[in-house]
Design a protein around this ligand. Sequence first.
Ligand code: NI
Length: 254
Amino acid sequence: MVALVDSHCHLTWPSFDSDRAEVIARAQAEGVTRLVTIGTDLETSRQCVALAAEYAGVYAAAGIHPNDLGAGVTPDDLADLARLAAQPSVVAIGEIGLDYYWERTPHPVQQAAFEAQLTLAAALGKPVIIHDRDAHADVMATLRAWVHADATRRSPLAARRFWGVLHSFSGDLAQAQEALAWPFLLSFGGPITFKNGQALHALVTQLPLDRLLLETDAPFLTPHPRRGQRNEPAHVTLVAAALARLRQQPLAEV
Ligand code: NI
């Protein structure tokens, strides 16, 4: 069996409340040996850390999602995040970013929270997990400035091989290439299995395999042929199979 990582799932979501242990066991039975469960606010970030303590192979990310900002990120929130991120199971700050699709929070509030959490990540030396929905230009500009800032370049992050990941990447080839140079990783999930995903299908054949991550974003973005059902980390096997098929490479290599 091929060993896989689900680099992005939300195990704290209420739709897993009735069978979370079974969901994790099912993933591990399918060869998904490591799961990264991602916080979207302080409470779910705390719950992610607790899950990582409870289950072998589960790791956490702590961050405040642009759709969960409320009035914005306070200094107290950032201090809480920093304390959480000090836990060894917390492998990244995320998910953070900009969401101009749902428009739950005014753009300046999103931008300020995004920048504050990027600054925190650099200070802590933790890579970032980026959410970008219909906000490519502003996300890229913000990350470009952060990557090139002296404070980032002199931070503990600079010693790391990769500084972050653009999760469920939906940009174009030029944006992908810029992110790879920063140096970021790109993560792909259910959308690469969708029949109408031609642009994405072409894109994933043009990127270096060793810079790609697989994810489910469970319980969201369920891959074909399970669309319409709740997504879960075991389905990262379907994403891996789609990537292997699109790239015409053996699954084991992928
Ligand atoms: Ni997510």
